[in-house]
Design a protein. Structure first.
Length: 539
């Protein structure tokens, strides 16, 4: 009963956070649709992707990495001491961390704005000056989003997830609104399509900065409400606080691994920019579709289980640790594997329905589809890595994921260099999927270093469950493919929603009916868990 209760708690928390993440990911997709509408796969779309990638790289490397890997486990450790002295030390730690995050990100932004003209040529942009301008506009995003990530860490540390889950909704809404409001204003009086695209890219960049500020400000009242707004400390105290020194010690080894993982984007973008106009932006459009599912479930589940896994590891309750980890992986497989097969069947319809317009033409659809088919093939492995990594962080082990990240980076770049010429953007996408698979294998191997964990049962349980889902998905894909083919072309010339939506949703309906039937007949464990949760039954 205790184990079942934990499973239900995991599922309930995941659903709660996933609801807000769903909204943000849908709006993130709308944001990409907005970009497709204004920029298509033009040189200005490529420039915006390159410019946003650089501050985003530092955000993922330092802000998200430090919070998930080091701050939350350390903060949770401080919270265990509820004495007056313990609370005082916790507040000193929180102040020191906020100061350190603010100081370091400000320093990086100042240096980045100065040196960016010497960095941009590495990406061979078609519009150098505009790429530099866009990068300088968006670089301060690193500061505000890092503060937002810190607030998220505080709230997640006390198991409050919803406010942080909602902030990306605000961010995407502001970027979309800024593009529609500011792009016509910036290009007023000009009918030149190039000028309009250029100004639209700048409008989106302004929206990025505004959205980042709102993400930080929105969470502040919730941090104050739980009594963890403590202000700032001196720079000296920020660097000498025992808690921040522990955070730095924990996060230090992971920077190499995370840097390797994030450098995948940098090197892949450089390779893509040399493969032709539109390849960089088509890869981004493809990744956005993939991340719609990845972000909803993998990030949500990973965020929810990290505090609980940390507590179980600290209490050495390894049996419960195993159960929670396997259950989280099964939930991820339950979502990502069926979605992968359906996306392979209906990829063209998905891309056309979401993005196609005057700026995003047939060639844009072709470029994006060539990447999407290979990106989606690695969905399960990328999602699973987001679940397995917290299992290491919960044990205070940051070196193993770092090593796996470095080796995965090597595999990705080697394959990308080999495949980019014969397969263009599709080769870069395939390289990422294969590297994600290699990373999953390495993480499972490194988990075996803890003799208290029954890694064999987790691996066998994951393999058996994934294989069953693959078989069911193949069976459901065949009739879905026939339905999709039968309806393709019947509504040509009608509205985009009908032309591509009818084949897509008809195929998805057939696929879902067959898949769900197979899962119910086989008495699938995740389906059973969901039914027990909503019917209130324990068995």
């Amino acid at each position: 009963m205790a184990q079942d209760s934990k499973k239900k708690s995991l599922l309930l928390s995941g659903i709660s956070l996933s609801f807000f993440t769903l909204c943000s990911r849908v709006l993130g997709l709308v944001r990409e649709m907005t970009k497709a509408s204004f920029l298509g796969t033009s040189k200005y779309a490529d420039a915006f992707v390159m410019a946003f990638m650089i501050p985003n790289l530092f955000r993922r490397l330092f802000a998200e990495n430090a919070i998930s890997v080091a701050f939350i486990p350390t903060f949770r450790g401080y919270l265990e001491d509820s004495s007056d002295e313990g609370i005082k030390k916790t507040k000193e730690f929180v102040k020191a961390t906020l100061t350190l995050v603010t100081f370091l990100t400000t320093l990086v932004v100042v240096i980045g704005i100065i040196v960016i003209p010497y960095v941009i040529p590495l990406f061979k942009p078609k519009v150098f000056d505009e790429t530099v301008i866009l990068t300088r506009i968006m670089f301060p995003y690193l500061i505000v989003i890092s503060i937002a990530a810190f607030f998220q860490g505080v709230l997640n540390g006390v198991k409050i997830f919803s406010p942080s889950g909602f902030t990306p909704v605000l961010f995407n809404s502001i970027v979309i609104g800024a593009t529609y409001l500011l792009a016509p204003l910036f290009s007023a009086g000009s009918n030149d399509p190039e000028i309009k695209a250029q100004m639209a890219a700048r409008a989106m960049s302004v929206g990025v900065i505004a959205g980042g500020c709102v993400q930080a400000l929105f969470q502040l009242p919730f941090v104050i409400r739980v009594n963890w707004w403590c202000g700032f400390a001196s720079i000296k105290k920020a660097f000498t606080n025992p808690g921040t020194r522990k955070v730095v010690a924990l996060v230090g080894p992971t920077i190499l691994g995370m840097a390797a993982y994030q450098l995948n984007d940098v090197v892949s973008t450089a390779l893509a920019s040399g493969a032709g106009e539109g390849i960089v932006s088509s890869l981004q459009y493809s990744l956005r579709l993939q991340e719609l599912i990845l972000g909803i479930f993998a990030v949500s589940i990973g965020t929810v289980i990290l505090p609980d896994l940390s507590g179980l590891a600290k209490s050495k309750k390894w049996d419960e640790f195993n159960v929670m980890l396997l259950q989280a992986i099964r939930i991820i497989a339950f979502i990502s594997i069926p979605v992968t097969f359906l996306s392979l069947v209906t990829g063209k319809e998905i891309i056309s329905l979401v993005y196609k317009n005057k700026s995003f033409d047939e060639e844009s659809v072709r470029l994006t589809l060539s990447a999407f088919r290979w990106h989606i093939a690695g969905l399960f492995f990328i999602a699973m890595n987001r679940i397995i990594s917290p299992a290491f962080y919960a044990q205070g082990n940051t070196k193993s994921p770092a090593l796996a990240g470095i080796l995965g980076f090597a595999v990705n770049i080697l394959l990308a260099v080999i495949l980019v010429h014969p397969m263009s953007g599709g080769g870069i996408a395939l390289a990422l999927s294969v590297a994600s698979f290699a990373n999953s294998v390495l993480l499972f191997l490194f988990l075996r270093k803890n003799p208290s964990l029954d890694v064999k049962s987790v691996v066998l349980g994951t393999f058996a469950y994934s294989l069953k889902l693959c078989v069911f998905s193949v069976v459901a894909s065949v009739p879905a493919w026939f339905v999709r083919n039968a309806l393709t072309g019947l509504f040509s010339g009608v509205s985009r929603i009908i032309e591509f939506g009818v084949p897509l949703f008809a195929a998805a309906f057939v696929y879902a009916v067959i898949g769900i039937t197979l899962l119910v007949i086989s008495k699938d464990s995740v389906v059973g868990l969901i039914l027990r949760r909503f019917t209130g039954r324990r068995n």
